[in-house]
Design a binder for this molecule. Structure first.
Ligand SMILES: [Fe+2]
Ligand SMILES: [Fe+2]
Length: 271
């Protein structure tokens, strides 16, 4: 079986600091790594971890080095795209040992899992909170989709295109996501978009394409859909998302993994 884990919006800050003055993102990621290491032996084999942006909070070399240090005990290859909190060049330098990272330009890549393909698109507009797929990204997407034929496809972007109802976040979504959707609607096999940025789990099926947004291991964006709501954060339990390929009938099944300590497991009917 084929599987990957999506970890998104880790927002690593320098050692000893808190993100937004409240969120100990380093400690949250340490807990995430410990939890995933404990969980992996119970799972079908997992191929890799995909980081879908906002790896760091300020995009500094120090933050990327800390991220790599914290993730090092995970016994899985890492793949990553940047988010609006990242710096493309600092990220490129921090992942220079990885064969998927391009030597220059946007950080787009393609990973063939066999039964499906993952196309990762860099949506970072340096200095802006919203996301865009650049012309090179759309060309990369076209080329890759053409080469896939009828293989199912998952596209990873940091910024989601679907609307959460959280006004400030929806203003800063994937602004040209319609161009991605048009291409995926023409793809002759199931297509899905997986994203981060909202630090919450939500999904919607639009024109036959599943859009899925993943929760974060640290803070969440507060679910407040009132029009005048102040954009706020909450410290909800950290989560990651597991994707398992279950064959043509099951497709790519997603499972949320809770990363915090919780009671159990115990048998349904203990003696
Ligand atoms: Fe984020
Ligand atoms: Fe973001």
């Amino acid at each position: 079986m084929t599987a990957f884990i999506q970890l998104t919006d880790t927002h690593i800050v320098p050692e000893g600091q808190l993100a937004y003055g409240r969120s100990d993102t380093g400690a949250a990621l340490v807990r995430a790594v410990e939890s995933l290491r404990a969980t992996l032996p119970q799972l079908d084999p997992v191929d890799c971890v995909v980081l879908t942006g906002d790896l760091t909070d300020h995009g500094t070399a120090e933050e990327y080095q800390r991220l790599r240090r914290i993730l090092a005990p995970l016994p899985l290859p890492l793949l990553a795209i940047p988010g609006n909190h990242d710096s493309r060049e600092a990220m490129r330098a921090a992942f220079a040992d990885m064969d998927w990272i391009p030597a220059s330009g946007p950080i787009h890549w393609h990973h063939d899992f066999g039964p499906f393909s993952l196309i990762a698109l860099d949506t970072l507009v340096e200095g802006a909170p919203y996301g865009m797929i650049c012309d090179r990204g759309l060309q990369f997407l076209d080329r890759t989709l053409n080469a896939l034929g009828a293989q199912p496809v998952v596209v990873a972007t940091h910024h989601p295109w679907i609307l959460s109802g959280i006004a400030e976040m929806d203003r800063n979504n994937l602004r040209n996501g319609d161009r991605l959707c048009a291409r995926l609607a023409a793809h002759p096999a199931p297509a899905r978009v997986i994203s981060g940025h909202l630090h919450r789990a939500l999904s919607s099926l639009v024109d036959g394409i599943l859009h899925q947004v993943a929760p974060a291991p640290c803070h969440a964006v507060h679910l407040d859909q009132r029009r005048q709501a102040v954009n706020s954060l909450t410290l909800e339990p950290g989560q990651a998302t597991l994707y398992n390929w279950r064959g043509p009938l099951g497709g790519l099944v997603s499972n949320t993994i809770n990363l915090e300590q919780h009671p159990g497991p115990w048998p349904f009917y203990p003696d």
